[in-house]
Ligand binder design. Structure first.
Ligand SMILES: [Zn+2]
Length: 304
């Protein structure tokens, strides 16, 4: 008798657990995709930034907080469907507002983490009219951005940091001069899932800023590939495999080679920007970022 009752209770409890943890990603809405058990990504629109949701037995970790406040509030709704546990941490993969504006939706209580220098860069770049600019976009954005304030990282680590939350281990790895003033890749070694930051964005030119160098980008992508991840989630665009790094490396290697050949022929930076064509990346998004790409290759070749 007793045994039957215990097993009934056990089966009931187990089935409740299972129904919660195997919730279909579709139940979260079309913006959300399931990567692995308890790990989801929000990609609201193709060009928007990705936000990662990592559920643990002790609470939730977000990787970035959505492209804008409406996306962030959708992330909040999705988390509420997945678990009653709180969002404990947000790990920033970079400092730019398309990854960080929505922090105010989650913090407090969420603790924000990124590499040293993130807070200074975010304060310096902050648009004092951000709340009004957002509100002017649409009534939905006006509603979602109510209460906006800049939230900079509470914790700034150096080089590497290990975060243990519940049953999961997250390795935070700094990527130097790869995209923004403070870039972090988030590596889950047990799950072999890598949130790779915006160092490589599939089918898109990147904005290669003056402090970013192609050798540093190549160092970062090679290091990330060597982790041997099964799933790679870039800062923007579809998640995939390490092919994302192969594509990026191929592109920058060709770019440096071709810019180098034109420098040897005595061409100036402006001439190269106008004359050089890259058929391999002609269909990629953000062709307006081309001058910054040529500039980075020119710097790499001439050491200027
Ligand atoms: Zn960015």
């Amino acid at each position: 008798m007793m045994r039957g009752r215990i097993s009934f209770v056990f089966v009931l409890a187990a089935s409740l657990l299972v129904s919660r943890s195997t919730l279909w990603a579709q139940d979260l809405g079309p913006q959300f995709k399931k990567i692995k058990e308890g790990i989801y990504v929000q990609s609201a629109r193709e060009a928007n930034s990705n936000a990662g949701i990592i559920v643990t037995q002790e609470g939730v970790v977000l990787v970035d907080s959505g492209h804008n406040p409406t996306d962030s509030r959708a992330v909040m709704e999705a988390v509420k469907k997945l678990t009653p546990l709180p969002i404990k941490y947000i790990i920033d993969t970079e400092v730019h507002p398309d990854h960080t504006t929505g922090h105010f939706v989650f913090s407090p209580p969420a603790i924000v983490v990124n590499h040293q220098g993130a807070g200074d860069a975010m304060r310096k770049a902050e648009n004092p009219n951000r709340a009004q600019t957002l509100a002017a976009q649409s009534p939905e954005m006006a509603q979602a951005s109510q209460g906006y304030r800049l939230v900079v990282p509470h914790i700034e680590y150096q080089q590497r940091m290990t975060l243990r939350v519940g049953e999961r281990t997250l390795e935070l790895i700094h990527l130097k001069n790869a995209h923004s003033e403070a870039d972090t890749a988030v590596w889950l070694p047990a799950e072999r899932v890598l949130f790779a930051s915006s160092v490589a964005i599939p089918n898109s030119l990147n904005n290669v800023r003056a402090f970013v160098t192609i050798p540093d980008i190549l160092t970062a992508t090679r290091m990330l590939r060597s982790l041997n991840p099964a799933v790679v989630v870039p800062g923007h665009g579809s998640f995939g495999t390490t092919a994302i790094f192969d594509e990026s490396e191929k592109y920058y290697t060709l770019l440096v080679e071709r810019v180098g050949a034109m420098v040897m022929q005595g061409r100036t930076r402006d001439e190269i920007t106008k004359e050089l064509k890259m058929p391999e990346s002609a269909s990629w998004a953000y062709q307006d970022r081309w001058p910054s790409n040529v500039d980075a290759a020119y710097r790499a070749v001439t050491q200027k």
